[in-house]
Design a protein around this ligand. Structure first.
Ligand code: GTP
Ligand code: MG
Length: 424
């Protein structure tokens, strides 16, 4: 089964919590703090795999989670980091944000891509000991791992894409010029999924050709197999547009040619502008006296397209076509790689959400989900940003609450990875 689109949800692991523990030993009356750190949560990492050619695996498994980090323990034992989860996808898979459709990553190279990052492990209490604070009774919780829903969309990587009506001989051409064995038969929609073939031109020179299911008029509205398969020629550097000029199905080559170009335009304007070589096929069964070929040739060359005649069945003209394709490719830009265009949504901070304030001697541990988000957006080396941060804390009445609880100048405020001293 060929599957080229799938929606999955991914969730990275939570960081483990830091531990609160104190050293205990015979004859040592008051041991120091020795609570270890929590381990980091595992991430979800995507890698491209050349042995995969469809997204079928994702039909049966849609949820991916990475391991949580373990909590820290006494004796300064750090919790174990959560293991990463690797997701393999066929090369050429686009990862999009489900909500916005924005492109997060085009998996065309071999570098692993971190899709969601695991949470950080919290620090154990031994980090918080100072000469004046010898028994910190607090530690930090681990932070949550990132989570998101994404759409995987396979766009095959091919230099040349074959387009045309059903039954015109696209698969036959691929089978003649490459070692691929696509299904060939005398009826419409023989090809139900894309086929790739490597075409050798001469020593060390070759290109990849993609054969996709035939397109018909109205494909963009869902007629025939629709036009979704065009995504597999979307990256192609060159299109080879195959037209049956024999009139064997009673159709007009010029109308067919225009109908396909229309459908390309409907799919994506840019695809219709892609360099195209037009090939008149089935010249071996051209009825005597037929004007279809010469009329079509005049029409197409007038429009400025490169034009070839062939019979894929008898291999007439196929080598000339391949040679011309090879030459044309030398002057065309490389296979299209999609740039990421996904924009992280602005972080919304709702200061009405709860914030916990806990006092441990002269240390105040202040925590709440929105605070964590806020801290991640602040650049603490920048005065303006610091003022902004301070203003939000005041507006949220954090300091007011602490004053009511008896905070003194010089006390330490500890918020996630941030520590600063209180000044009224
Ligand atoms: N006489 C003749 N028949 C051909 C030629 N090329 C292909 N055919 C025949 O046309 C029919 C359709 O060929 P395919 O290669 O399956 O056509 P296709 O364009 O891949 O069709 P779809 O997969 O349905 O889109 C088959 O019976 C082929 O044998 C040719 O040059 N001459
Ligand atoms: Mg076919």
């Amino acid at each position: 089964m060929f599957i080229d689109k799938a929606t999955i949800s991914v969730k990275a692991g939570k960081g483990g919590d830091g531990a609160v523990a104190f050293h205990r030993e015979k004859y040592v009356p008051a041991g120091g703090p020795d609570g270890g750190d929590g381990g980091h949560g595992g991430s979800i990492i995507v890698v491209s795999d050349d042995n995969m050619s469809t997204l079928m695996d994702f039909r049966y498994k849609r949820k991916y989670v990475a391991e949580n980090g373990m909590n820290g323990q006494g004796k300064r034992c750090s919790g174990k980091n959560g293991g990463d989860t690797f997701i393999k996808v066929p090369r050429g898979t686009l990862i999009r944000d489900k909500e916005t459709g924005g492109i997060i990553k085009d998996m065309t190279d071999s570098a692993p891509f971190v899709l969601v990052k695991g949470g950080r492990g919290g620090w154990g209490n031994h980090h918080f000991a100072t000469p004046t604070r010898q028994t910190p009774r607090f530690a930090k919780p681990g932070t949550n791992g990132e989570a998101r829903e994404v759409v995987l969309e396979l766009k095959l990587l091919a230099d040349v894409g074959l387009v045309g009506f059903p039954n015109v001989g696209k698969s036959t051409l691929l089978s003649v010029v490459s070692k691929a064995h696509p299904k060939i038969a005398n009826y419409h929609f023989t090809t139900l999924f894309p086929n790739l073939g490597v075409v050798y031109i001469s020593e060390g020179r070759s290109f990849v050709m993609a054969d996709i299911p035939g397109i018909i008029e109205g494909a963009s509205e869902g007629a025939g197999l629709g036009h979704d398969f065009l995504r597999h020629v979307d990256r192609c550097r060159l299109l080879v547009h195959v037209v049956d000029v024999s009139g064997s199905e009673g159709r007009d080559p010029i109308e067919d040619f225009e109908a396909i170009n229309n459908e390309l335009r409907e799919y994506n304007h840019e695809l219709a502008e892609r360099p195209q070589i037009v090939v008149a096929n089935k010249i071996d069964i051209l009825p005597e006296g037929s004007e279809l070929l010469s009329e079509f040739r005049d029409y197409v060359t007038e429009l400025g397209y490169d034009f070839f005649e062939m019979s894929a069945a008898t291999h007439t003209g196929t080598q000339e076509l391949i040679k011309a394709v090879g030459e044309k490719l030398m002057n065309l830009p490389p296979i299209k790689i999609f740039e990421a265009d996904y924009i992280e949504p602005e972080i919304v901070i709702d200061t009405s959400e709860e914030v916990s304030i806990e006092q441990y001697d002269d240390v105040w541990v202040v925590e709440g989900p929105w605070l964590e988000k806020l801290i991640s957006t602040i650049n603490f080396t920048d005065y303006e940003s610091r003022m902004h941060f301070d203003r939000i804390l005041r507006e949220a009445k954090i300091f007011e609450r602490m004053e009511a609880m008896g905070v003194k100048d010089g006390d330490v405020i500890s918020m996630y990875n941030l520590e600063f001293s209180y000044q009224s």
